[in-house]
Design a protein around this ligand. Structure first.
Ligand code: FES
Length: 117
């Protein structure tokens, strides 16, 4: 277990979603439109669409375009109705992620470097 260097910071622009594999986990790293970095399971908890191809960032949320479930940076799931009502949905698992020296580091239970802080 430890931090794994997975991407350059420039590889994930604001509003972008990028797939990475870390140990045995399929993960997407994404940024809100304001630049906050987040990481979660690549597979949507609804019907397993891959969020690197079926996902799009809308403000502070990652939206699965298959059936429009939305995920906050903390993984909380919801869906907006046509009238604006927000219904709670299953959460997506999140991963610890940070940036250092223009690199993106993910916390992995399967490997990584524990000396990176
Ligand atoms: S598979 Fe993602 S919302 Fe249905």
């Amino acid at each position: 277990m430890g931090w794994s260097d997975v991407l350059a910071s420039a590889d994930v622009a604001n509003g972008q979603v990028v797939a990475v594999e870390c140990g045995s986990d399929e993960i997407v790293v994404w940024r809100t439109t304001s630049g906050e970095l987040a990481a979660c399971d690549a597979r949507c908890p609804h019907q397993w669409a891959h969020l690197a191809t079926a996902g799009a960032v809308d403000g502070d949320e990652l939206v699965c375009l298959s059936h429009f479930w939305r995920f906050a940076t903390d993984g909380a799931g919801s869906k907006l109705s046509a009238t604006g009502r927000r219904d709670e949905k299953s959460a997506n698992r999140t991963f610890r992620v940070k940036e250092r020296d223009d690199r993106i580091l993910l916390w992995s239970d399967d490997g990584g470097d524990t000396s990176s802080g």
